[in-house]
Design a protein around this ligand. Structure first.
Ligand SMILES: [Zn+2]
Length: 72
C-alpha cells in the first residue's frame, strides 16, 4: 500500500498493488511508476520524496526489475 499525491488531480490517493505499475532502483535512486485513480501516470522519487508527472515514454525509467537484483 502506498499513498500518492497526484499533482494533476491535486488529490491524495491510496494506491493498491495494481496501481503500482513499476518500481525499482534507477540511476536517480529508487523510483516507482504509479497510476492515480484517474489514470495519471506519476513517478515517485523516493530519494527526494517528490511525485512527478510521468512525461513521455516510460522508458525514462531503466527497466531494472528488483526481482533480478544481482549479487555484488
Ligand atoms: Zn491524477
Amino acid at each position: 500500500m502506498n499513498v500518492v499525491d497526484c499533482p494533476i488531480c491535486q488529490k491524495r490517493f491510496l494506491l493498491g498493488r495494481s496501481s503500482m505499475l513499476w518500481f525499482g532502483n534507477t540511476d536517480h535512486g529508487p523510483r516507482a511508476l504509479v497510476e492515480c485513480a484517474n489514470g495519471h501516470q506519476l513517478i515517485e522519487d523516493y530519494r527526494s520524496g517528490q511525485t512527478m508527472v510521468a512525461q513521455g515514454p516510460v522508458e525514462q525509467i531503466p527497466a531494472r526489475p528488483t526481482s533480478q537484483t544481482q549479487p555484488c
